[in-house]
Design a protein around this ligand. Structure first.
Ligand SMILES: [Zn+2]
Length: 453
């Protein structure tokens, strides 16, 4: 079943299901995930930023934060997966120290995103305060390339994170957008850089790391045979895969799915993700991994089939999506990223930047085109009125396109900007992904500021 995301019925069903504000009731993340997966009941938050540590097994714990810290206690000290972000590092470190005073022997980065590495400075400071040995930091060799890229694109990345995370309530705990420097100065760089696979032995436990492209080019997922545990970073996040992000660098849907399929062969008892709930039990682990892989495979296959058949990007984004019975599952919901953006990302990965509309190859400046359309319509005010009508009728895709022409044709018009602010606010309210909400809310703020001047 292929559903058009512009179809009203689809949108109403999805919005109804996804916009409910859910509580946090069950403390134990394993009890909660087992119930959610077994019964398909989704009555509590599954991505919890509680900064609370749960002991999962004698020597295994997780701190649920933005992102999680997974810790294994070994005879030589702790092996931690990720350090959470800089702003939450005080509370996540306190949570770990509430569990054990053991030194952190090794910190494994599942990848180099700032919400995973930003707390490493606080871990290093904790080690120094306690007189422990310096922490060994392990990461794929592309992590350092990423850190260097962050230095090159500091302004861009700070700006897009403000927009990405600025359109939803309760983002203060994520604390990503308001740091002046995108990559904090005190972040630890990997001192052991690994490649496609590498086995570490720490205090009687083996940690078998595997490189995979997916959300990033620098992901490491790790099999811990002693505990039959998979530490998977952002390859599992209890939301639809962050594999299309409109403001960020290339993602890899097919390679991501292949990594998930490889994980399934281990029949793990523990699935330890960097966001969202721990999963316990081989069947439940398999269910989650399989659904994620299936969605990414479906988008890849259908997008490639249409690309190979000579279709345009426009045709593909309005036709290829994921069935909504898969999207409404609690570990699959498009509340962060969404399938339409994955399709665009696939086009970028396998094709060129040209979308096959010949007018887009070497267009006139947008303001010149908008002025021409406004002149044909009878003025920017006519476009503004029409955009407002379209929005009132619920066609927000078209309303946004028309109101953009109005403000581009007459950038000083407070009437056009007033309508634009309202249309994008309405659109923000009706979208379900954080990424769409963030961008649309930023545009509404921009136009409101012009009106208020
Ligand atoms: Zn993450």
């Amino acid at each position: 079943m292929i559903l058009d995301p512009t179809d009203d019925g689809y949108r109403r069903r999805m919005i109804g299901k996804l916009q409910k504000k859910l509580p946090i009731v069950t403390e134990d993340p394993v009890e909660l995930s087992s119930r959610v997966i077994d019964a398909g009941v989704h009555d509590e938050q599954v991505n919890r930023v509680t900064q609370t540590l749960s002991v999962l097994d004698d020597d295994l714990s997780i701190v649920e934060s933005f992102s999680n810290i997974v810790s294994f206690r070994t005879d030589e000290g702790l092996v931690c997966f990720d350090s959470s972000g800089q702003i939450t590092a005080g509370r996540t470190m306190e949570a770990v120290r509430g569990w054990t005073d053991d030194p952190i022997h090794t910190l494994i980065y599942t990848h180099g995103h700032v919400d995973h590495v930003g707390g490493s400075g606080a871990m290093a400071a904790d080690a120094a305060d306690r007189g422990h040995e310096p922490i060994r930091v392990v990461g794929h060799h592309c992590v350092a390339d990423r850190f260097r890229r962050y230095e090159l694109t500091n302004g861009y990345n700070t700006d897009i994170n403000m927009r990405q995370f600025g359109g939803v309530g309760g983002v203060k705990d994520m604390a990503l957008g308001d740091v002046p420097q995108f990559l904090p100065d005190d972040v630890l760089w990997p001192d052991l850089e690994v490649g496609s696979s590498h086995t570490l032995s720490v205090g009687g436990r083996e940690f078998e790391t595997r490189h995979a492209k997916g959300e990033t080019d620098d992901h490491l997922w790790t099999w811990v045979p002693h505990d039959k545990a998979l530490c998977v970073g952002d390859l599992v996040t209890w939301v639809f895969p962050n594999c299309g992000n409109p403001q960020k660098v290339q993602r890899y849907p097919l390679e991501w799915a292949q990594a998930l399929r490889e994980m399934m062969t281990y029949e793990a008892e523990w699935l330890l993700p960097a966001h969202g709930l721990v999963v316990r039990g081989a069947d439940r682990v398999s269910t989650v991994l399989c659904d994620l892989a299936a969605a990414l495979e479906l988008l890849t296959e259908e997008t490639l089939a249409m690309m190979n058949a000579g279709e345009s990007l426009d045709a593909i984004i309005h036709q290829v999506t994921v069935p909504d019975d898969l999207l409404v599952k609690p570990w699959m919901q498009p509340v962060y990223d969404e399938p339409e953006f994955v399709v665009r990302n696939l086009w970028r990965l396998y094709g060129g930047w040209w979308d096959k509309n010949p007018a887009h190859l070497k267009p006139a400046p947008e303001t010149v085109f908008a002025a021409e359309m406004a002149a044909l319509a009878g003025g920017a005010d006519v476009l503004t009125s029409r955009a407002t009508e379209l929005a009132a009728a619920g066609d927000l895709r078209l309303a946004c396109q028309v109101v953009e022409l109005a403000v581009q044709a007459d950038p000083e018009s407070t009437t056009a900007h007033g309508a634009r602010a309202e249309i994008y606010q309405q659109r923000r309210n009706e979208e379900f992904s954080l990424m769409s909400k963030g961008i649309f809310a930023a545009v509404a703020r921009e136009s409101r500021a012009i009106v208020d001047q």
